[in-house]
Design a protein around this ligand. Structure first.
Ligand SMILES: Nc1ncnc2c1ncn2[C@@H]1O[C@H](COP(=O)(O)OP(=O)(O)OP(=O)(O)O)[C@@H](O)[C@H]1O
Ligand SMILES: O=c1ccn([C@@H]2O[C@H](COP(=O)(O)O)[C@@H](O)[C@H]2O)c(=O)[nH]1
Length: 297
């Protein structure tokens, strides 16, 4: 939200003297929780929410001063925001660019989702595919870490918290980062993408396919937890990653089972999943990948 808007918004909220949370349903999103004080929503229904006759002059003066103060503070502390649409807290439906249609058609842009537990070997196999088939590799985790480390990022602390806790960063951030990356590559004529480590949660899967482009299929690297744990602990000796330690690894496994497996099941129901067993050597796994992808890429 822009600073002046934030001031007006604060004034309105104070006049309302209540800030409630509500749950609504949309056609495509099973359940979303939003703050009713969303300024967009309020703009649509100004009369219902702002009864000017019931406000005394003194109240107006106090509110006016508070609004002015908030505006000045917001202007002072505002930072650059590459993840632009977060400014006005849109609902996912409002992220849609082209009258309910995704930005790209599957003919223009081909996206393969690469999923699997933490440490299953997704990144390693993506590197092989990039080398041999010239995909663009977009790792959602890498994009989030880059945003976390960008000096002016407003979301750095938030991302760090979610990653260390093994939780899924709110979809608005990740989807926007992916959208930006896909747009940039598309402008340069690159149209084949491996989207690695995404979608990790149902809302992300639905939003991405609604807003950006429907995926072609899903490459799922299936690996036992004990193998992944061993690989991650080994990687942690040199990776410098804040989540390659046993506490974070356990949390990431829990999130994978509870939140990300349902996404794989969702795509399995659509017959879009290619499953690769990956408790074997890198070369053996890659051989299976190539066999399975024959004629599909
Ligand atoms: N088939 C394999 N056999 C042995 N080690 C492997 C294999 N595949 C990957 N590794 C190693 O395991 C570690 C994790 O692999 P990688 O980073 O590719 O996994 P990932 O699924 O992308 O992990 P994350 O989701 O945490 O980013 C790396 O150190 C990698 O070198
Ligand atoms: O869509 C996503 C992808 C990743 N995250 C967070 O990042 C870490 C690390 O991801 P890797 O794929 O292992 O690099 C993951 O545990 C999540 O915390 C996310 O929130 N959303």
């Amino acid at each position: 939200m822009t600073a002046p808007l934030r001031g007006i918004y604060t004034a309105r909220v104070l006049l309302q003297q209540s800030s409630r949370k509500t749950t609504f349903h949309t056609e495509k999103f099973s359940k979303q929780t939003v703050d009713e004080s969303d300024p967009k929503k309020k703009d649509r229904e100004p009369k219902k929410r702002l009864n000017r006759n019931s406000v005394s002059g003194k109240q107006v003066a106090v509110v006016g001063l508070l609004a002015l103060g908030t505006t000045i503070l917001s202007l002072l502390y505002s930072k650059s925001k590459p993840v632009e649409f977060l400014e006005e807290d849109p609902t996912p439906a409002e992220m849609t660019e082209t009258a309910g249609r995704p930005i790209f058609t599957p003919e223009e842009v081909s996206v393969i989702f690469v999923l699997g537990g933490p440490g299953a070997g997704k990144g390693t196999q993506c590197d092989n595919l990039v080398r041999d088939y010239h995909f663009v590799h977009l790792s959602a985790g890498d994009l989030l870490r880059a945003e976390q480390n960008r000096p002016d990022s407003e979301y750095g602390k938030l991302i760090k918290h979610y990653i260390t806790e093994g939780l899924i960063v709110p979809q608005e951030i990740t989807v926007k980062l992916l959208e930006n990356a896909i747009r940039d590559n598309f402008k340069e004529g690159r149209t084949k993408f491996l989207v690695d480590g995404f979608p990790r949660k149902m809302d992300q899967a639905i939003t991405f396919e609604d807003v950006i482009v429907p995926s072609k299929f899903v490459l799922f690297f299936d690996c036992p937890e004990e193998v992944m744990e061993k690989r991650l602990l080994e990687r942690g000796k040199t990776s410098g990653r804040a989540d390659d330690n046993i506490e974070s690894i356990k949390k990431r496994f829990k999130t994978f089972v509870e939140t990300s497996m349902p996404v794989i099941e969702y795509f399995e129901e659509q017959n879009k999943v290619i499953k690769i067993k990956c408790d074997k050597s890198v070369e053996e796994v890659y051989n299976d990948v190539q066999q399975q992808l024959k004629g599909k890429i």
